[in-house]
Each structure stands twice: as structure tokens, then as C-alpha cells.
Design a binder for this molecule. Structure first.
Ligand code: FES
Ligand code: FES
Length: 175
């Protein structure tokens, strides 16, 4: 069954008719030609398709477009507004990618993760209470690479470029 949806993607509103089974990832890539989010596993395991949906990071391969009518979506491409986003710049400066296939998802996830940590949202692993950092202290991503690894653990990299992603994210966290 087809239905009408309105999606605002990287600041531009689109109205389209989609089959109700169409994922947000397929709507973005196949219908709107936005190939920034990548299709890796297509079932929620790799994070290559990560986008911001109404400010939250989601795996767009697991979201149905019809369920997010009126949604505000930001892809990695849309993060660059007035020049590169600081996370994009840091990934370049730290050579934090190899083939680049996972990179848009990694960058979107890092942007969201930094905002989550700044808002005091705990990661999935709590080291202690009441704080989420080691020994119950506050999270300081600039000096806590383990916390970054945990918070980024939904994004896989086949090239294993993790070693340079962590300092890239630490740099932004500390700026
Ligand atoms: Fe969506 Fe892998 S393509 S999580
Ligand atoms: Fe190749 Fe991550 S840079 S998959």
C-alpha cells in the first residue's frame, strides 16, 4: 500500500509517495538520492545508515519512513552548513577513516553521542553510580577513551579505523 509522507532532509522538505514498507534508509537513498547514509547490513547491526531523526541518532534501516511523517532528518552531508562540522574536520585531521564506507554513520553518531554526553545521558554501560564515569565521577569524553568506545559501539568499521576515530572525537569533546 502506498502512502504520502513529508520528510525534511538536511533542511529541505520533500513530499513523496512510498510503500508503507519502505525504510527511511531506502527513502533517503533510493527516492531522494541522498547517498550519505550507507547501507551496510540493512538490519541494525553496523550503524552505517545512522542519521539524526528529530535530533536523535537512529539506524535508518530499521525505521519505516511512514512512521516518521513530518520528521526532521540530518545526514552526515547535512552537518556541513557553514563549512565542515567540527567532527568532520577532526576526522580529516586525524585520518580517522580508510575506505570511508562507515564514515558518514560514524560522524553522525559521534555528533549525537557528544550531545548525549553533554546532556548527562548515561551510556549503556554504567561504571558506577551516581555518575557515569569511572568511579562514579562525571563523564569527560576528552580524557575517557573507553567511554567514547562504548558510546560509539553501535557503529562498526570493516577497516578497523577505530584507533584514529577515538582521538578525533576526544579532540572535539575537549574543544
Ligand atoms: Fe543500518 Fe547496518 S545498514 S545498521
Ligand atoms: Fe572502511 Fe570504516 S573506514 S569501513
Amino acid at each position: 500500500m502506498d502512502t504520502e509522507v513529508t520528510l525534511r532532509v538536511d533542511g529541505v522538505e520533500h513530499q513523496l509517495t512510498v510503500d508503507t514498507r519502505t525504510t527511511l534508509l531506502d527513502a533517503l537513498r533510493e527516492r531522494l538520492g541522498n547517498t550519505s547514509p550507507k547501507k551496510g547490513c540493512d538490519h541494525g547491526q553496523c550503524g552505517a545508515c545512522t542519521v539524526l531523526l528529530d535530533g536523535q541518532r537512529v539506524n535508518s534501516c530499521l525505521a519505516l519512513a511512514v512512521a516518521h511523517d513530518g520528521g526532521e532528518i540530518v545526514t552526515a552531508a547535512g552537518l556541513a552548513t557553514d563549512g565542515l562540522h567540527p567532527v568532520q574536520r577532526a576526522f580529516i585531521d586525524h585520518d580517522a577513516f580508510q575506505c570511508g564506507y562507515c564514515t558518514p554513520g560514524q560522524i553522525v553518531s559521534a555528533v549525537a553521542m557528544l550531545a548525549e554526553a553533554a546532556a548527562g545521558r548515561p551510556s549503556t554501560v554504567t561504571f558506577d553510580t551516581p555518575g557515569d564515569g569511572p568511579n562514579g565521577g562525571p563523564v569527560d569524553l576528552a580524557v575517557d577513551p573507553d567511554e567514547i568506545r562504548e558510546r560509539m559501539s553501535g557503529n562498526l568499521c570493516r577497516c578497523a579505523a577505530y584507533a584514529n576515530m577515538v582521538p578525533a572525537i576526544q579532540e572535539v569533546a575537549g574543544s
